[in-house]
Design a protein around this ligand. Structure first.
Ligand SMILES: Nc1ncnc2c1ncn2[C@@H]1O[C@H](COP(=O)(O)OP(=O)(O)O)[C@@H](O)[C@H]1O
Ligand SMILES: O=P(O)(O)O[C@H]1O[C@H](CO)[C@@H](O[C@H]2O[C@H](CO)[C@@H](O)[C@H](O)[C@H]2O)[C@H](O)[C@H]1O
Length: 470
C-alpha cells in the first residue's frame, strides 16, 4: 500500500484549494488535532494539518494546509471523490480505515455546527459563537451540510440554506483578516457584509518546534438567492454583445445602476471600517516607499513576462508621480483584493465578502493599513475584465470592441459617481493615487494570469498598453 503521506499528497494535489500549483512540492508530515468525535464513535473525526515543502532548491518556508479527516471502517459509496486514502491507523487501535475529507462527509460536518452552536472548547480547538443580535439567524441543530461547488481557495459548507461555514485551507498563525474585519463590521451593525455567526480557532505544531495558532473557520449568514457581482456583470455584457448595434444604456441588462449602488456600498463599508478599526496617515516619505515597492514589482513581472516589458517605462511613470506626491494620505483597513467576485447582490442590496486580502501576501501585509483607492482601483479593473473576458468569442469585431469599451467606461463612471456621492469626495480627483494603484493592479494581474490562466493574459496586457500611453 502507498504510504499515508503519499496518499495525502496525491489527494491535496487534486484539490482546487491546494495553492501549490506550478511547482514541485511534497507533503513532509501530517499532524492531527484532538478528536472532535467521541471515543468509539464512527466515523472518527479530527483535523489534519498537512505540512508542505518545496520546490526543491527554493528557500520557501513550510506551508500548512487544513484537511479535516473522517475515518470509516469500510469504504463509503458516495464519498469516492473525497477519499484521501486507506491505511491502518495506530490512533484507532491499528484498525484499517478509509479516510475522507471530512467536509464532504455529512456524518462528520455536524461536529463543526455543534461546536459553534455550543461554543465547545476542546484541547487545542476553540469554537466561538458570536452573540446573535435579536431576530438574527438561528441554524437548526440538525441542519445538513452541502459543499459549495463554486471556484474558491477555501472550502465552504452551507447548512440548511441559513449559514455558510468557510473552512480555511492554507493556515497561517495570527488573526485572519477576513474574520477580524467581518466580525468588526458585524459588531458595528453593518448591513453590508454577511453577518458573522461564529468562528473556530485552533493550535497546530509549528514546523521546527513550538505551537502556532490561528483561525480555522468562520460561519456567516448564507445569502440565499444572491448573485455574485461577476455573474451579474457578465450577463449584462452578454446582453450588450447580443445587441451590438445598441448602446449599453439601451439594452435590457444595463448594469450602471448596480455599479452606482456598488460604489455607494463600497464607500459606506470603507467609512464603517475606518470607524471600527481606525486610520493613520502616510506622509510623503511613505508614499516614496510604496512607489519603490510598486516599481520593484513591475521590474520583477517584466523580467518574467516579456510581453509586459514593452509597457514598463509607461507604467513606471505612474509610480514616479506617486513618489513625487507631496500630500499626506489617510490610510485604513480595506478589502485588499476587491473585484466583482467579492460582492454579492442580495435582495437587500450589495454585500461585500472575503476580506482576506491578496492570497499570495503574508498575513502582516494583508493586515496592514492601506488607502481605499487600492480597492477602488481593484473594482475599476474588474469592470474591464468583465467586458474583455467575453471578447474572446468576438475577435476582430470592431463594433463589439467599441461597445465593450463603452460598457467599461459607463460602469466605471457609475461606480465612481456612487462612491463620490456616499463618501463626499470623488476618487477620480485622486488621480495620482488612482493611476499608481491601477498600474500596480494590472502588473499583479499579469503575473496572476500568466501563472493561472494564460489564455486571459491579454486582458491585463491590453490594460497595461492603455495605461502606459497615459
Ligand atoms: N455568505 C455567503 N452567502 C452566499 N454565498 C456566499 C457567501 N460567502 C461566499 N459565498 C459564495 O462563495 C464564493 C466564494 O467565497 P469566497 O469567500 O470568495 O471564498 P474563497 O476565499 O475561498 O475564494 C463567493 O463568490 C460566493 O459565490
Ligand atoms: O478571489 P481571490 O481572492 O482568489 O482573487 C484572485 O483570483 C481572482 C480571479 O478569480 C483574481 O481576479 C482577477 O480576475 C477576476 C475575474 O475572474 C477579475 O474580476 C478581477 O478584476 C481580476 O483581478 C484576483 O486578482 C486574484 O487575487
Amino acid at each position: 500500500m502507498t504510504s499515508h503521506l503519499d496518499q495525502v499528497q496525491s489527494f491535496c494535489a487534486s484539490q482546487r484549494w491546494f495553492g501549490e500549483k506550478g511547482h514541485d512540492v511534497h507533503v513532509e508530515a501530517v499532524a492531527t488535532s484532538t478528536w472532535l468525535s467521541d471515543a468509539d464513535a464512527w466515523p472518527a473525526v479530527r483535523i489534519g494539518f498537512v505540512y508542505c515543502a518545496g520546490p526543491p532548491g527554493a528557500e520557501s518556508p513550510i506551508r500548512v494546509y487544513q484537511l479535516p479527516l473522517s475515518y470509516h471502517r469500510a469504504p463509503v459509496e458516495n464519498l469516492g471523490h473525497a477519499l484521501v486514502g486507506e491505511w491502518t491507523e495506530p490512533d484507532l487501535g491499528d484498525t484499517e480505515v478509509w479516510v475522507y475529507d471530512a467536509l464532504h462527509d455529512k456524518e462528520a460536518t455536524p461536529y463543526w455546527l455543534d461546536g459553534l452552536t455550543h461554543g465547545r472548547n476542546l484541547d487545542g480547538l476553540e469554537f466561538h459563537p458570536v452573540q446573535a443580535p435579536e431576530g438574527s439567524i438561528e441554524v437548526p441543530e440538525d441542519a445538513q451540510s452541502l459543499v459549495l461547488t463554486v471556484e474558491q481557495s477555501n472550502t465552504s459548507l452551507v447548512f440548511s440554506d441559513v449559514a455558510l461555514l468557510k473552512v480555511f485551507r492554507r493556515l497561517e498563525p495570527g488573526s485572519n483578516p477576513g474574520v477580524e474585519i467581518e466580525s468588526a463590521l458585524t459588531e458595528a451593525g453593518s448591513e453590508l457584509v454577511p453577518e458573522v455567526l461564529g468562528s473556530a480557532r485552533g493550535r497546530w505544531p509549528r514546523a521546527g518546534g513550538g505551537t502556532d495558532s490561528g483561525e480555522l473557520a468562520m460561519m456567516t449568514a448564507f445569502q440565499k438567492n444572491a448573485t455574485d457581482g461577476w455573474t451579474f456583470a457578465t450577463s449584462s455584457v452578454r446582453d450588450l454583445y447580443a445587441e451590438a448595434d445598441l448602446h449599453a444604456e439601451e439594452v435590457g441588462g444595463d448594469f450602471a445602476a448596480e455599479s452606482h449602488r456598488l460604489g455607494a456600498s463600497t464607500a459606506q463599508v470603507h467609512s464603517e471600517l475606518a470607524k471600527a478599526l481606525g486610520t493613520d496617515i502616510w506622509e510623503p516619505a511613505k508614499l516614496v516607499e510604496h512607489a519603490n515597492a510598486m516599481r520593484r514589482r513591475l521590474d520583477k513581472a517584466a523580467a518574467a513576462i516579456p510581453e509586459l516589458a514593452r509597457y514598463a517605462d509607461g507604467l513606471a511613470r505612474a509610480f514616479d508621480a506617486l513618489a513625487a506626491y507631496d500630500q499626506p494620505v489617510t490610510v485604513q483597513r480595506i478589502h485588499g483584493d476587491f473585484h466583482l467576485g467579492q460582492v454579492l447582490r442580495t435582495i437587500d442590496g450589495w454585500k461585500l465578502i472575503d476580506f482576506e486580502g491578496e492570497p499570495a501576501k503574508s498575513l502582516v501585509e494583508r493586515r496592514a493599513l492601506d488607502t481605499e483607492v487600492k480597492d477602488i482601483a481593484g473594482m475599476l479593473r474588474s469592470f474591464d475584465y468583465a467586458a474583455r473576458s467575453l471578447l474572446a468569442d468576438h475577435q476582430g469585431d470592431q463594433q463589439i470592441a467599441y461597445r465593450a469599451a463603452e460598457w467599461v467606461t459607463r460602469n466605471q463612471q457609475a461606480f465612481c459617481d456612487g462612491y463620490a456621492e456616499a463618501a463626499g469626495s470623488d476618487p477620480r480627483e485622486q488621480s495620482v493615487l488612482l493611476n499608481a494603484f491601477l498600474a500596480d493592479k494590472v502588473i499583479y494581474e499579469t503575473l496572476y494570469e500568466a501563472r493561472n490562466r494564460p489564455s486571459w493574459l491579454m486582458i491585463p496586457l491590453s490594460a497595461a498598453a492603455q495605461l502606459a500611453e497615459h
